[in-house]
Design a protein around this ligand. Structure first.
Ligand code: UT7
Length: 368
């Protein structure tokens, strides 16, 4: 029997910090209000020219180095994102090219802030069936580019960043133990970027009426979130045959400190059982859970053999929880230097573009 283990992890956040004090100068708000209502103190914002695939590539390379796995051995790259670089191609394909995952299929997964949990479960399922051995799952966001910086209801919440996991097959029991994935499209209007898709394509009208920004009914999303966090955690534990007391650490989606407090109350667990870093990054959507996992490992709060739950919610509406036994890198015979593959990947990408260009000239098409 095959198990899907989390064997590598990595994160990347932009250098630029936007504090509550900075926001006080932009909209009518206060540091006190933001801290009290959300727990957020600062968030990271991508600089000009820094995009989701950049952050994703950086997080992915760290995760591969941690797993001691060559990008060429990956068979699948899933990028969960709510702020992809384009409608298509998938941001996952841009990452696949940059890291040189030459044998991997790549696609984006759209399930908003629950996306990382959905993506880990999709990769784990594929591994457990024996369809593939090595997968890369990324959550990456530049939500700051969809934020209306004049809307105090939303601009205080979101930040940019990326996190990544490597998942690998092993016959050793452990890894991803269970997952519950849910959705309720009747709440689709509660959190959305209304325009830019095929229903409301970009036009002067959509731009002027702000339909390309994030629109949110904060109170309704809050009520929904506090209801589903504890409930889905219990469901995932039940499927895994675990009890709440068996859990070492819960890594929730970092949207609002009060939502995490409500989940703790619902599960009758102390807050110490929850990883919290929303104060430093705000809500980074699909990236929030893997970033929190990376910091939990760094802080020594997550060790091999620990039972954990990842739990999140988001637009859609979507929500989900995933129970896992933490593994860490699998034993390897040789040390892989992942960075050296990046140079090869760049050369390979240039070479393929050049060949396409020459073919275009030969056959009368100028394609680069
Ligand atoms: O990944 C999922 C993403 N979304 C979420 O997780 C959002 C979930 N919702 C929330 O986190 C909270 O609902 C918010 C943080 C967005 C808002 O907190 P709240 O305690 O639900 O506040 P509220 O919307 O009920 O607003 C209370 C008051 C209002 O004033 P009035 O109508 O009572 O006079 C707002 O206009 O606070 C006002 N307000 C603000 N005041 C200062 C709203 N935003 C701000 C602000 N600064 N930034």
């Amino acid at each position: 029997m095959l198990y899907a283990h989390i064997t590598g992890w990595g994160m990347a956040v932009p250098e630029t910090v936007l504090t509550n004090a900075d926001l006080e100068k932009m909209v009518e708000t206060s540091d006190e209000w933001i801290r009290e209502r959300t727990g957020i103190v600062e968030r990271r914002i991508a600089r000009e020219g820094e995009y989701p695939a950049d952050l994703a590539t950086s997080a992915a390379l760290q995760a591969l180095q941690m797993a001691n796995l060559s990008p060429a051995d990956l068979e699948l790259v899933i990028c969960a994102t709510s702020s992809p670089e384009h409608l298509f191609p998938a941001t996952a394909c841009l990452v696949q090219d940059r890291i040189g995952a030459v044998k991997a299929g790549a696609f984006d997964l759209s399930a908003a802030c629950s996306g990382f949990i959905y993506a880990v479960q999709m990769a784990a399922q594929s591994i457990r069936t024996g369809a593939l051995k090595n997968a890369l799952v990324i959550g990456t966001e530049n939500l700051s580019r969809f934020v209306n910086w004049n809307d105090r209801n939303t601009c205080i919440l979101f930040g940019d960043g990326a996190g990544a996991f490597v998942l690998q097959a092993s016959e050793r029991p452990g890894g991803v133990l269970s997952a519950v994935l849910r959705s309720d499209g009747s709440g689709a209007n509660l959190l959305s970027v209304p325009a830019g898709g095929s229903r409301f394509p970009a036009s002067n009208e959509t731009v002027h009426s702000g339909q390309h920004f994030i629109h949110m009914d904060g109170r309704e999303v809050f009520r929904f979130a506090t209801r589903v966090m504890a409930q889905s955690t219990r469901e995932a534990l039940q499927v895994a045959g675990l009890k709440v007391e068996d859990i070492h650490l819960i890594i929730p989606h970092q949207a609002n400190y009060r939502i995490i407090e409500a989940a703790a109350r619902g599960l009758k667990l102390p807050l110490e059982k929850f990883m919290v870093n929303v104060n430093r990054y705000g809500n980074t959507s699909t990236a929030s859970i893997p970033i929190a996992v990376c910091e939990a490992v760094q802080d020594g709060r997550l060790n091999p053999g620990d039972k954990i739950v990842l739990v999140g919610f988001g637009a859609g509406l979507t929500w989900g929880a995933l129970a896992a036994e933490w593994t860490g890198p699998l034993p390897a015979e040789r040390r892989v230097n992942v960075r050296s593959f990046v140079w090869l990947a760049r050369l390979r990408s240039l070479y393929r573009r050049l060949i396409r260009f020459i073919e275009g000239l030969l056959w009368g098409r100028r394609e680069v």
